[in-house]
Write a protein that binds this ligand. Structure first.
Ligand code: F6P
Length: 509
């Protein structure tokens, strides 16, 4: 007998694939059915206004019915409830995933603890802004992966007009990265944040030691007093020499790539202001509530996951591209890469058995309109099918002639239309096959609340994809092997293949 999950996939695999043009021609209500808004007013913290249009994907009523059956077979509702109620959704590490609790949705005790930690962060942020540590103009935030990508995205998006403190995010162990940050900062007016969930990551601890040395060598009184630790391992931070009053902890159950809502978001609060940090949390909470309260195709992150699974599993797409038509979201594709590829780049299911199909596609992307002049050729006329997400804001980020923003939006919409419609021509080189899918995220503005909502949307989309594939999105054992080998090479231990040995010699190591 076929199990319910395989049966649901079997019926999905049996679906007839129709062209986008055909889907539009045969369903006058297509836009109404597949284009949805999420709106919420957050009072002083702003508002969330987001339109998500899936009508240019190949999802139709039959596919949506079949995906809803799949979600049922995978106990999507049960898994989602476990996510929000502190259940063990990370079985390989025996942990819950409490990022939603940081935004106010989850078990009461966790929500209260998170709110208290934000208040504690606010006290430190206020003290720095008020000059308790002297005049502080710069923060060098040292962290990598999830301890860097979220803060980097948010600081870049929210402090372009005005930064209360200039925040420089340094992640790479390549000393050039830290040197470049030093070059922009005056040591006398700089604080250092060491951001590491584990407080053991080689890159971060090496950079932190060099940054401390830089303060010492440049005559800063009490350089240690300028260091703040953002970590789930406060004991380790104390051992390293950070005073407890300057340690901002967060719970172990917050995953690294889901941690910008915790004290890892400190540079957002310091650079953009505490109000923006709270607005991001509130914007994310709007999506948490939407995700928790809506079922099937009415649940937009789940609907996005239906489209993702359609392309990856049913159409064999190995990549998904995201183009933000907004300079403020330049780092959004980088952020999404870690979120999606580290979460769902897996090969086994919860059961330990192999996933019988491809899992996460490669996430990549860029900024419009720049990307149009670089990579869109392949999207329009290349031989592989690449589902595309577009993100654009109705309100402009600039104060120049409105013609700029109008052209930006027009270009974004034109690309979606062109990918779908294609163009016939007698000349094969000028022929566009069309029928190429895209999803549009049209937000009212890129402010803190909307950014929070956009990020949370993608977190839940990632989770929904994981449930449909039956993989654990909250572990990342795949990154350990290389780290271990680097340590062995450094210690001169172990016997390696002939190529690696020869390369070590060639590099003078
Ligand atoms: O190498 C992967 C990883 O574990 C990420 O998941 C994490 O965000 C990053 O390293 C940094 O880890 P930490 O915050 O513990 O320094």
């Amino acid at each position: 007998m076929t199990d319910p999950i395989s049966a649901a996939w079997n019926s999905l695999e049996g679906l007839q694939h129709r062209t986008l043009v055909d889907l539009f021609e045969n369903d006058a209500a297509r836009v109404e059915k597949l284009s949805h808004r999420i709106d919420s007013s957050l009072g002083e913290l702003g508002s969330v206004g987001m339109l998500v249009d899936f009508s240019k994907t190949h999802l139709d009523d039959a596919a949506l019915d079949a995906f809803e059956e799949l979600a049922k077979a995978c106990d999507f509702d049960g898994q989602r409830e476990a996510l929000f109620t502190g259940g063990i959704v990370n079985p390989t590490e025996g942990r819950s995933a409490s990022h939603a609790a940081l935004r106010g949705t989850g078990p009461e005790a966790e929500v209260e603890e998170a709110a208290a930690l934000v208040d504690r962060m606010e006290i430190l942020v206020k003290a720095i802004h008020e000059g308790v540590f002297g005049e502080i103009k710069h923060l060098i935030h040292i962290g990598i992966g999830g301890s860097a990508l979220g803060p980097a995205l948010a600081v870049d998006a929210l402090t372009r007009d005005l930064a209360l403190v200039e925040c420089h995010i340094v992640s790479n162990i390549d000393g050039l990265a830290l040197e470049q940050a030093f070059a922009k900062c005056d040591p006398q007016s700089t604080m250092i944040a060491v951001a590491s969930k584990t407080f053991t990551t080689t890159e971060t601890m090496t950079n932190a030691a060099s940054a401390l040395k830089w303060l010492q060598e440049n005559g800063v009184d009490d350089p240690g007093g300028r260091v703040i630790a953002l970590t789930a391992n406060p004991e380790r931070a104390v051992e390293w020499g950070v005073d407890e009053t300057r340690i901002l902890p967060f719970p172990e159950s917050v995953g690294g790539r889901y941690s910008l809502w915790s004290s890892i978001g400190f540079p957002i609060a310091l650079g953009a202001g505490m109000e923006d940090f709270r607005a991001m949390l509130a914007g994310a909470k709007v999506i948490d509530e939407h995700f928790r309260e809506n079922s099937g195709r009415s649940n937009l992150p789940l609907l996005a996951a239906f489209a993702d699974q359609y392309y990856t599993r049913l159409r064999g797409c190995q990549t998904r591209a995201v183009f933000a038509y907004d300079e403020r979201l330049t780092l959004f594709p980088d952020y999404l890469q870690q979120l999606e590829m580290e979460s769902n780049g897996k090969r086994v299911m919860y059961s330990g058995e192999d996933v019988p199909a491809p899992t996460a596609p490669v996430t990549w992307g860029g900024v419009g309109t720049d990307a149009q002049h670089a990579v869109f050729q392949l999207l329009h006329q290349g031989t592989v099918l690449i589902p595309v997400d577009f993100i654009a804001s109705i309100a402009p980020g600039d104060m120049l002639d409105p013609a700029h923003h109008k052209a930006l939006l027009m270009n974004c919409l034109a690309q979606g239309a062109a990918l779908m419609a294609g163009k016939s021509s007698e000349d094969p080189s000028r022929f566009y096959p069309g029928d190429r899918p895209s999803t549009m995220f049209l937000v009212d503005d890129i402010d803190a609340a909307t950014l929070g909502a956009l990020i949370a949307f993608h977190e839940h989309r990632t989770f929904a994809n994981a449930v449909l594939m039956q993989v654990n999105p909250f572990d990342q054992f795949g990154v350990e092997l290389g780290k271990g080998i680097a340590k062995q090479l450094d210690a001169g231990e172990g016997v390696f293949d002939a190529s690696t040995t020869a390369l070590m010699e060639a590099a003078g190591l």
